[in-house]
Write a protein that binds this ligand. Structure first.
Ligand SMILES: O=C[C@H](O)[C@@H](O)CC(=O)C(=O)O
Ligand SMILES: [Zn+2]
Length: 274
């Protein structure tokens, strides 16, 4: 069973009028990881898709969805998959890959139906592509690691870049994940925006009772969303995306847009946030 939820793009003038329920309905995705299901959210920001596939020992096939009106999901798209569960298998284009926890799989345009099996909890990201590039498994050892932040500023963390020009080629997709050091709580502070690219943050590795206070909105018009484990926030091009957690967490960041330049960010210092 494949379930797709569509989210329209929201103008920042509209977003600033929203109450908590409306902010959550437009920008938060909940319940993506359910046993035996593929659950996707299609956002009109850069036509990005995020979702979950939990085969729970069975097989799940992502072949096509009505929303793209293409013969196959990947006909004109590329995909990045992160396994946030136990070892599982992904099959596409006559190849199969065993994915351990934390591994990332890139599937190029035209790879055909995608089959998920095993004990994996697969986080799916996808965006339009303009040419077929080779599919590739990127393990944690292959990723580019970046240490940033400091204990004094409560934001010491490791950023791992997987689908990134320094590691491999993609069309639009840029993806990796960031893990907070014990006792550090803040991600992406100082905050930034990049109007050229939308972004999605999937928070995971959290205790069930824990929450991340995710910050969004224009830098001088911020709002917050309380996020639970395995929920994602869709970040519009005009929005900051930053957060502080009650306990430890990891978040998968994925972007699409005009460039694949990870360093292209317009920073906003804390004193300029409102
Ligand atoms: O555009 C890049 C993204 O927002 C993230 O990679 C930032 C991040 O992981 C962090 O600062 O912890
Ligand atoms: Zn960003």
């Amino acid at each position: 069973m494949i379930h797709v939820d569509t989210r329209q793009a929201v103008h920042p003038d509209h977003a600033r009028t929203m109450d908590t329920a409306a902010l959550r309905a437009h920008f938060l995705t909940q319940g993506m990881f359910r046993d035996g299901e593929i659950r996707l959210t299609y956002t009109h920001y850069d036509r990005f898709i995020v979702g979950g596939a939990v085969p729970a020992g069975g097989h799940l096939v992502l072949d096509k969805i009505a929303e793209t009106r293409t013969a196959s999901f990947l006909e004109r798209r590329e995909m990045g998959i992160v396994n946030i569960g136990d070892t599982g298998r992904v099959q596409a284009a006559g190849q199969d890959w065993d994915m351990a926890y934390g591994d990332v799989l890139y599937l190029g345009m035209g790879a055909g139906p995608v089959t998920f099996s095993g004990a994996g909890r697969f986080y799916i990201t996808s965006c339009p592509a303009h040419r077929a590039l080779p599919s590739r498994l990127v393990t944690v050892a292959d990723a580019k690691e970046m240490k940033t932040g400091a204990t004094e500023t409560s934001n010491k963390r490791t950023i791992r870049q997987f689908i990134h020009p320094l590691v491999m080629e993609s069309c639009q997709l840029v993806l990796g994940y960031t893990t907070l050091e014990d006792g550090s709580v803040w991600n992406t502070m100082p905050a930034h925006v990049h109007d050229r690219r939308m972004e999605a943050y999937l928070y995971h590795g959290m205790q069930p009772q824990s929450r991340v206070l995710h910050l969004m909105g224009e830098p001088q018009e911020t709002r917050h969303i309380f996020v639970a484990n395995e929920q994602a926030v869709l970040s519009p091009p005009w929005s900051i995306h930053s957060g502080a957690g009650i306990g430890g967490y990891t978040f998968i960041w994925a972007m699409a847009g005009d460039n694949v330049d990870y360093t292209d960010m317009d920073f906003v210092q804390p004193e300029d946030l409102r």
